[in-house]
Design a binder for this molecule. Structure first.
Ligand SMILES: Cc1cc2nc3c(=O)[nH]c(=O)nc-3n(C[C@H](O)[C@H](O)[C@H](O)COP(=O)(O)OP(=O)(O)OC[C@H]3O[C@@H](n4cnc5c(N)ncnc54)[C@H](O)[C@@H]3O)c2cc1C
Length: 391
């Protein structure tokens, strides 16, 4: 694992810094440090920012040029994420498209689908939601019951999804449906791309813990899509969904790593400002948090090195997902302790201090992308080769 950068890479970093310095200003200056995985603040402005990133050539690093991408090595992608986070640029509204669906389409879609959708993901003309979880199928995703029935070249869809992030802001959803009811659970699923703006789809927001409506219920009543929007073969949906979740746990974690480094620095500054950097217990907790942040960083770099060598990720991405939510939850608990009673104060319209907001939002991190317990199962069965969980 080589963790140094070449002169050429340093130059690339300088280019990114200069672009961000010149553009994250004026009408976009108020976006510094804004937004988050469950935090929709300044959504429309961040969407305009995303389009500016696209115009600047920064949204498709490492993606094939024929679909609107720009050649880049894995190191250059890491450098971009790092510089992006360092500048305080806002959380990316196109996360679902650029980090999850885009890689999925590159791996499984046909040429026509790639040419149609990938450039529009990069330009944020299309915003995507992920329709996997259902009221009766979360951890046990293969039990899902949303049905899609083929009629000629159309699919008719009936059922319900839940916890669908950003569905109320998206125009498309990638939907895991049961299409082969007589096949074994895992073999009866197919992935369909479905336009959300149609009479058969109803999106109902769910209020989250800090009164944001980031996620939704989505109801399908004779909703329609066409067979040219089926990704992969009928019955291949499970394999495709699992690969997507590996992207979510593997490369997407990079963006979090950089955000966490910023959050750690903010916690350290808070401790100093409050004179608590002399408190032995707080010092101990800060030092432990810092050490674990470095462990996480090197583990992420190791994952990337594997990705460069093998071209794909595997079950070991679960190790990262076992680690970072717990780390983040501990850091946010520490910041609440540093704030003391001030952390309990809520402003007008339930506006929260960023530390308090991160504390609340971090609770979800050990649930989405697979719960902590599910990743323990994956590591024990697929990484350590222990006996399968009895079913
Ligand atoms: C903020 C947020 C955003 C989300 N966004 C999306 C989205 O955009 N699209 C989408 O499709 N889904 C999304 N989800 C849903 C998420 O994927 C599910 O919540 C998750 O998979 C868990 O499923 P569940 O909620 O049904 O919990 P359950 O599966 O019912 O789990 C309940 C508890 O039982 C435990 N458990 C379950 N099975 C086992 C087992 N075999 N062994 C040990 N313990 C077990 C779990 O660990 C958990 O503690 C989101 C969730 C959150 C919190």
């Amino acid at each position: 694992m080589n963790i140094g950068f070449t002169a050429e890479e340093e130059q690339f970093a300088a280019q990114i810094r200069a672009w961000l310095r010149d553009n994250l200003t004026g009408e976009f200056a108020h976006l510094i440090g804004k937004g988050g995985s469950q935090n929709d603040e300044f959504y429309e402005d961040r969407l305009r920012w995303e389009r500016l990133l696209y115009d600047g050539g920064w949204t498709g690093l490492g993606w094939p040029q024929e679909y609107g991408g720009r050649p880049a090595t894995v190191n250059q992608r890491v450098i971009f994420e790092y510089e992006y986070a360092q500048s305080g640029a806002p959380y990316r509204v196109g996360f679902q498209g650029t980090n999850l669906l885009g890689p999925l389409l590159l791996a499984f879609a046909n040429e026509q689908q790639k040419h149609r959708f990938i450039p529009r993901i990069l330009s944020s003309e299309d915003v995507w939601a992920q329709g996997f979880s259902e009221p009766g199928a979360g951890s046990d995703l293969a039990s899902l019951s949303t049905r899609a029935v083929q009629e000629g070249d159309r699919w008719i869809i009936n059922g319900q999804k839940i916890w669908t992030s950003h569905a109320h802001q998206s125009n498309w959803i990638y939907l895991l449906c049961r299409t082969e009811p007589d096949a074994a659970k895992h073999k009866g699923l197919t992935l369909l791309l479905v336009p959300l703006d149609q009479p058969g789809v109803e999106v109902r927001p769910i209020m989250n813990i800090f009164q944001g409506d980031e996620f939704n219920e989505v109801f399908f009543t004779d909703a329609v899509t066409t067979d040219d929007l089926r990704v992969g073969e009928r019955g291949q949906g499970w394999q495709i969904a699992m690969t997507t979740l590996e992207f979510e746990r593997g490369t997407a974690v990079l963006a979090y790593q950089m955000q966490f480094e910023n959050e750690f620095q903010a916690a350290l500054t808070l401790a100093k400002d409050r004179g608590l950097d002399h408190d032995p217990v707080m010092r101990d907790r800060l030092a432990e948090s810092y050490a674990e942040l470095q462990v996480m960083r090197y583990n992420n770099l190791r994952t990337l090195t594997r990705l460069m060598r093998r071209g794909k990720l595997g079950s070991e991405t679960s190790l990262a997902k076992l680690f970072w939510p717990g780390w983040h939850q501990s850091l946010t608990e520490l910041t609440m302790d540093l704030l003391g009673p001030d952390g309990e104060v809520v402003g007008a319209h339930y506006s929260l201090d960023p530390f308090a907001r991160n504390f609340l939002l971090s609770r979800a991190e050990s649930i989405y992308g697979g719960t902590h317990q599910i990743h323990l199962n994956i590591v024990s069965e697929r990484v350590l080769g222990m006996p399968r969980e009895p079913r």
